[in-house]
Design a protein around this ligand. Structure first.
Ligand code: G3H
Ligand code: ZN
Length: 285
């Protein structure tokens, strides 16, 4: 199938009470493992490239690779630029064929966040590309995005309707107690805040910082109305771990790199299987 937009892939999530899995990838093996899992589970899937991943793989190469993977399967696949902070790169991603971009202007004040987000929505709209924005500040570290606990701020439900109306975003990342990276202690999610936000807007909501969130908390978020759940660090650690094991198992007479790299694909597929099931996305493609 051709790549689908974020708006399209999230369309019936709230009504049918599931969340579309959104996974960060860094190369061919992890991305293919994630798609293999989604195909097997009959799940829609959002593949997310960070600005760092795009710079490493190449922007057109990223778009071409994922477009090719999507064309080989009959499930909805969305290609998303995650945490975009560089306007030039955001525009290039839209032109290159990404079907969704995230503008992360969460460090700006409310008015400036609206203004910046609106600019991206207007631009992306001309290409039929969806946009996710962030309101509030999600804590932790995700590559160049860093917000320590003092800086992080939960989303104020009262300002959500105005933000959504003025920006016309397709999805909104909200800060309800999760953080990027591994948690030092179990996160405490503010479900009441999430309920308030869901009650105030029909805009699909996004949970960032999915690595390490307890299973029951995911389920509760989805019951309340979360539409997209991002998981990055868990895949990144598994990818790096598989490489470390491969180096440890290196044999002089086995020179085919695929012998080693296929383990990355397998481990990412396994992690994706679990998340898809947990998010209730299996059978939704
Ligand atoms: O935008 C990416 C996600 O929020 C991933 O968060 O690396 O903590 O799983 P995570
Ligand atoms: Zn994130």
């Amino acid at each position: 199938m051709s790549l689908v937009t974020l708006r399209e892939i999230l369309r019936d999530t709230r009504q049918k009470k599931y969340a579309v899995p959104a996974f960060n990838f860094n190369g061919y093996e992890d991305a293919q493992g994630m798609i293999n899992s989604a195909l097997k589970m009959r799940s829609p899937i959002i593949l997310m490239a960070s600005m760092g991943a795009v710079k490493y793989i190449g922007l057109k190469q990223t778009a071409g690779m994922i477009r090719g993977m999507a064309e080989m399967v009959d499930i909805p696949v969305c290609l998303h630029l995650d945490h975009g902070t560089d306007m030039a790169l955001l525009k290039e991603a839209v032109v290159a064929g990404f079907t969704s971009v995230m503008i992360d202007a969460s460090k700006e004040n409310f008015e400036k966040n609206i203004e910046t987000t609106r600019k991206v929505v207007d631009y992306a709209g001309k290409f039929g590309c969806s946009v996710e924005a962030e309101l509030g500040k999600i804590g932790g570290r995700e590559e160049h995005i860093v917000a320590d606990s003092a800086e992080s701020a939960l989303t104020d439900p009262a300002i959500v309707p105005e933000f959504v109306e003025k920006t016309n975003v397709d999805a909104l990342a909200v800060a309800v107690g999760t953080a990027h990276g591994f948690y030092k202690s179990t996160p405490k999610l503010d479900f009441g805040r999430l309920e308030d936000i869901v009650g105030l807007t029909g805009c699909p909501l996004v949970l960032h910082g999915g690595t390490g969130v307890p299973e029951e908390d995911f389920k509760k978020c989805i019951r309340i109305g979360m539409s997209k759940i991002n998981v990055g660090t868990e895949f990144k650690a598994a990818y790096a771990g598989a490489i470390r094991d491969a180096v440890g198992n290196y044999k002089k007479d086995e020179l085919d790199p695929r012998t080693y790299l296929k383990h990355v694909k397998e481990i990412c597929e396994k992690i994706a299987d679990k998340k898809i099931k947990l998010f209730g996305a299996d059978g939704k493609a």
